[in-house]
Design a protein around this ligand. Structure first.
Ligand code: ZN
Length: 58
């Protein structure tokens, strides 16, 4: 599976199998929410998810 690096703590980790672009996963190290921006080959681009103004459609 693809590897990603947390932009917050620079921890490198492997994504779970079946992880898709747009998914939000917590960093295994610092716990910040990370959104998958792009997966290319075995490298994934992630960004800190902006949760503040999102309404998750409740
Ligand atoms: Zn982190």
């Amino acid at each position: 599976m693809a590897k990603a690096e947390c932009p917050s703590c620079f921890f490198e980790f492997e994504l779970d199998e079946g992880t898709i672009v747009g998914e939000v996963i917590p960093c295994p190290d610092c716990g910040v929410d990370l959104e998958i921006i792009e997966i290319q080959g075995d490298v994934a681009k992630v960004e800190e998810a902006e949760m503040a103004e999102e309404d998750w459609g409740e």
